[in-house]
Design a protein around this ligand. Structure first.
Ligand code: ATP
Length: 223
């Protein structure tokens, strides 16, 4: 088999920012992916309910990705009731896409928690895993279950992603952007500007709809 893999970037995207977008573009090109699917979760499995509605987060993802060829927005988690589990998402993608290689993309911070994900051991039967570096991620040694996972699945070669539909693990260098949605929400909530951390169209929409407002009235940040 030699088929271009499809990248899967799931997230809360509360809101989407350049720390998602630039690494995604780099992976699209470096791994010659057919496309990257941005999949906003409905109810995140591992964190508090987001500050804005799922439809609002979806709208921001659409605005951020609209003009990039190869970036695709996939609404399947928003359409599915209950918590959003990646194993369910990959199962439904696998049913649709047959044996096309799938590459689940996660930051190294998320990878360190992988063994806490619902049915995490099944993920590698459904997809490859691409782990991208992220500034500030802990450098502590991995838990033994994840060390064993790395030993079983690690690959150094991007070509291996095309040769089978799932099962490989690749650590991939990306430009290190120390940006988080938490930081952006905090800036907005304190009346400061997050400009240049996320696309202008996304920030304009956030401002128009008064999302992530300061908790107490203060001087509004300027665009
Ligand atoms: P929050 O600060 O609210 O926790 P976040 O900025 O981590 O959010 P998510 O939507 O939770 O954003 O992230 C989705 C995926 O993108 C995760 O796998 C995460 O590790 C990865 N990611 C987010 N920001 C970066 C970044 N700056 N560099 C590399 N990967 C990132």
């Amino acid at each position: 088999m030699l088929r271009k893999p499809i990248g899967i970037l799931g997230g809360t995207f509360d809101p989407i920012h350049y720390g998602h977008l630039r690494p995604a573009l780099e992976l699209l090109e470096a791994l010659a992916l057919a496309e990257i699917r941005f999949i906003p979760c409905r109810i995140p499995a591992h964190r508090a309910t987001p500050a804005i509605t799922p439809d609002q987060r979806l709208k921001l993802v659409r605005l951020a990705t609209a003009d990039q060829a190869g970036f695709v927005v996939d609404e399947r988690e928003l359409c599915r009731p209950g918590r959003s589990y990646m194993v369910d998402t990959l199962t439904s993608l696998r049913e649709e896409l047959g044996d096309t290689p799938l590459c689940l993309i996660i930051g190294v911070d998320a990878f360190r928690e992988l063994h806490t994900w619902h049915r995490w051991q099944d993920l590698s039967e459904l997809s490859h895993l691409i782990v991208m570096q992220r500034p500030g991620a802990s450098s502590k040694t991995l838990p033994p279950v994840l060390e064993a996972f790395v030993a079983a699945h690690l690959s150094q070669d991007a070509m291996a992603l095309r040769q089978q539909p799932a099962g490989r693990l690749l650590f991939q260098a990306v430009t290190q952007l120390d940006i988080s949605a938490t930081q952006i929400r905090a800036l907005l909530a304190s009346g400061q500007s997050p400009r240049y951390l996320l696309p202008e169209a996304v920030l304009a929409y956030i401002r128009d709809r008064a999302m992530y407002q300061p908790l107490t009235p203060s001087t509004p940040a300027t665009l």
